[in-house]
Each structure stands twice: as C-alpha cells, then as structure tokens.
Design a protein around this ligand. Sequence first.
Ligand SMILES: *[C@@H]1O[C@H](CO)[C@@H](O)[C@H](O)[C@H]1NC(C)=O
Ligand SMILES: *[C@@H]1O[C@H](CO)[C@@H](O)[C@H](O)[C@H]1NC(C)=O
Ligand SMILES: *[C@@H]1O[C@H](CO)[C@@H](O)[C@H](O)[C@H]1NC(C)=O
Length: 495
Amino acid sequence: MTGFKGLFILLLGITSAFATSRNSQVVFDTKNYDNSVYNSTSSTIQTLHLSSVRSHEFTALKHPRFPKHQVRVKKTAFCDPTVNVYTGYLDVNEGAKHMFFYFFESRSDPDNDDVMMWINGGPGCSSSMGLLMELGPCGIDMSSKSPNGTNWNPYGWNEAANIFFLDQPVGVGFSYADFGEHVDTTEDAAKNVHAFITIFFETFNQFAGRPLHLSGESYGGRYLPVFASEIYDQNQVAQKEGRPTLNLQSVLIGNGNTGISTLYPGRYEIECGTAALDVPVQSISTCVRMKMALPRCQQAMKNSCIDQFDMINCQAAVNFCDSEISSGMWASGRNVYDISKMCVGDDLCYEENSAIKNFLDLPETRTLLGVETPNNFSACSSEVGRNFAAHLDKWAVPTQYYVAGLLERGIRVLIYAGTYDWQCNWVSNKLWVDSLEWSGQEDYGNALWRDWYVGKQKAGEVKSTPLLSFVTIRGAGHMMSFFSIATLPNKVIDP
Ligand SMILES: *[C@@H]1O[C@H](CO)[C@@H](O)[C@H](O)[C@H]1NC(C)=O
Ligand SMILES: *[C@@H]1O[C@H](CO)[C@@H](O)[C@H](O)[C@H]1NC(C)=O
Ligand SMILES: *[C@@H]1O[C@H](CO)[C@@H](O)[C@H](O)[C@H]1NC(C)=O
C-alpha cells in the first residue's frame, strides 16, 4: 500500500499545485435562455461549451431562472483519460446547500449520445460507490498496482452515454450543507435534483434537448420514479411558460426498492425457496418460523402502511416484519447483497468499500476532484439514513404509483435485478411489477418471458413491452454491474 501511495502522490503532486478554492472563480451570468453566457472578462456574450471550462479552478455558472442556484464546474484528470471529465457542485438555496457531481463524456459520440444520471441508494449512499465499484469509467484498484488508485473499466456505461453521478441529497458523499440543513424525504430531494438537471442542461448548450435517462439502484427504486415524475410535471409547467423542457425518456432501476407490499414475501422466496440458489441457504426451522409470521407481517403492513398509512402503526408493522422475516438472514453472516457469499468488511459486505473511502480521503484525490469538505468520506451517511427513516420515507408513499404515472405518459421503465440479491430482490420486484395497475398491464401480463444470452451462456430472463421491461441477471447480486463486469455486454442495459 505504501509503494502505491508514494507513486500516487508523485503523480498527482503535479496537479495539486492547482488547488481549488471557492474564492477563485470565473463567473458567467447566463443572460438568456438560448444558453449563451456573458463572459465578464471580455464583456461579450458567448456560447458556453463544457470544454471551455478550466481544470485548475471552478467556473461558476448562474441561470436567470434559478437566481438562488449556481453550478461550479472544473475539468479534471480523474478516472477516464480517454474522455473529458468534469466535477463540481450545484450550490442550492443561495449557496447554503452544495451538491457534488461527476460528469463523464461518452466514449463514443459525446456530441450526440444521450445523457444519463446515475444515483446510488441508501438512503444516504454516495454515487461514487456505483462509479468506482460498478458502472463508472474506472474501478477502485484492489491490487495496489495502479499508479492512480483506479483501473480503467472497458465496460463503463459511458461507452455509449454521457453520464453524471450525483451525490444526493445534501449530507451524502461530498454533498454538504453550510448550516446543517437536511433533506428527509424523496419528494423534497426531487426538487433539488430537478433544479440540478435543469441548470445543467440549460447552461451547457450542447446537451439541450438531448434524451435523458435516469438510472440507479436499491433505494433508487424509490428515488428515481419520484425524480422522474418531478421532471415530467415541471416540464408541463415549463412548456406552458414557453421555457425549454428536459427530454426525459426512460428510468432504469437495478435491484430497486419500489413496491413495499412484496418486500417480505420476496425475501422469503430468496432465502427459503429456490428463487436464487438451487438449495435454500436458511435453516428449515427458521424458514418455518418465517412462513408462519409472513401472513401476520403482510396483514399488519396492509392495515397500517398500505391501505391507510399510520406513522406509529406502520413503524410497528415494519418492526415486526423485520424481526420475524429479516433477522434470520442478518444473523446468518451471509452477504445480504449476494446470498451465495459471506459478508466481509463492513456492513456493506465488500472490501471495496473501505478501499474507496481511503481513496476518496486522499488529499490528492480531493484536490483532483475539487472537494471542499474535510477528509471524512462515508460511503453511506447514517444521518441521512436516520432522517429518512424518521419520516418512514420508504413506507409512506406507494412509489409504484409514480411508476404507473410515468408509464401512462410514455416514459419507458426498465426494472432489472441480479438474482442473488436478498435485500431488494428480483422476486419482490417481479411481484410488484406484475400487479402494477396501468393501461398496459394486460399487454405486459401477456408478454412472454424469454432467456437472454451472453455468447452461448444463459445470462438471465427478460420480459418486455414497448414501455415496460423486466430483466434478471443470473448469479449477479445487488450491485449488478459489479458482478457482471466481465461478462455483460453494455448493450443489455443500454438506454
Ligand atoms: C472569456 O474571455 C476572455 C478574454 O477574451 C478569454 O480569455 C476567456 O477564454 C473567455 N472565457 C471562456 C470560458 O471562454
Ligand atoms: C490509472 O492507471 C491505470 C493503470 O495504469 C490506467 O489504466 C488508467 O488509465 C489511469 N487513469 C488515469 C485517470 O490516468
Ligand atoms: C467523521 O465521521 C464520523 C462518522 O460519520 C463522525 O462521527 C465524525 O464527527 C467525523 N469527523 C469529522 C472531523 O468530521
């Protein structure tokens, strides 16, 4: 580790000379909606292209329609030397909240390829986890061989799309608030995400009108349908007022948490049935106990969370279900994100997590990224998790209604799931998707499951209608791309 670190410092010592600070900025004020900007140095109006952004300091961008917000962005030599890479902050509410993002241009045709957003779940987990462990242009180096701490990922999703990774809400990853403000519900978080994406698209002319896809995993199964709905609804307002809209096309959810009524039956099938492994991992006695508790858990959830939400009774129902249905799995020491393995490292069960934390806490990495917060990266913020839990955010609103609302308005939805995950497993997802009420329900019900292959090897199953698709990835866990990185062609989940 020391050898690697020494090399790393040597390499990045060059860039650390360009330390960023919030005081040294070039400020552009966007003067009109066609995204030309006013260059205060030359006193001329010019069109801002991302490539004109500097690497040693943030360029601050303001937008007249969002007077309380600004984007600060810089170019960086992080992660993918084959494309232009940018990092920065969206300063929300007159600069009190700062949302951090990474942006990678597409490796194919950045000027024409679609734009995609990726977010991790939690709630409270940083999107840098997905970036450095799953689908990003580079992965964390676990062998201590890479001179820069990462390895180039030939399967990064920016093979075919421009992609940004957003740490949200504030308090997550490198996103922070100046005065301890916090966001505690998905519906609230949606407003900042919408502002972020709007400012981004309206500021960088080259992306205006470009198809937009929202992707993410886990708690993203709740985030994304709400975020996409906010974008869709705000588009209607923008259209009425003659302002540009966001060209939202699809939502992609991996091992998501969406319909809560099917969560526990799904977990039972993964653990005690053969939905994941050929031989169930859980003991027979525990499975019998779970099976007996399941109808009570379901009834209590239906009464207090689903039919009519009641904060105190719903919490009691969830506590009962967790204690009876979930505790056996936690006690087994298995990896809840991949039941074929044992849990290693911290609660997130992968050695990669602490390696990513160490990497993102290195002063060199922080200088490269322009990070403004102290060295104390946390993969998942327990505070944000607690705040969402205090509002029962996961249980209070039936997120599948948002999915139905999007489908009715022509937004495509892909639900995909690695089959070895227990936490947000494929069975739970299949159950809520099958029972989703929308005008295409019958067509979806009639569509046939078919196998899909990588080469000659069966990789999973797929069921597809023009708007709604469901894909399983055999033998992958919760962080799907982490497992299939070597075998899965990007085309499968290409928007
Ligand atoms: C703004 O104008 C100055 C002076 O002409 C120029 O050097 C600078 O590159 C311009 N900034 C951008 C971002 O184009
Ligand atoms: C980091 O090092 C690896 C291994 O040498 C290399 O493949 C990759 O391109 C480098 N990344 C950057 C951002 O220079
Ligand atoms: C670092 O993180 C831990 C855990 O989140 C927190 O308790 C501690 O106060 C943090 N320290 C600093 C210096 O921010």
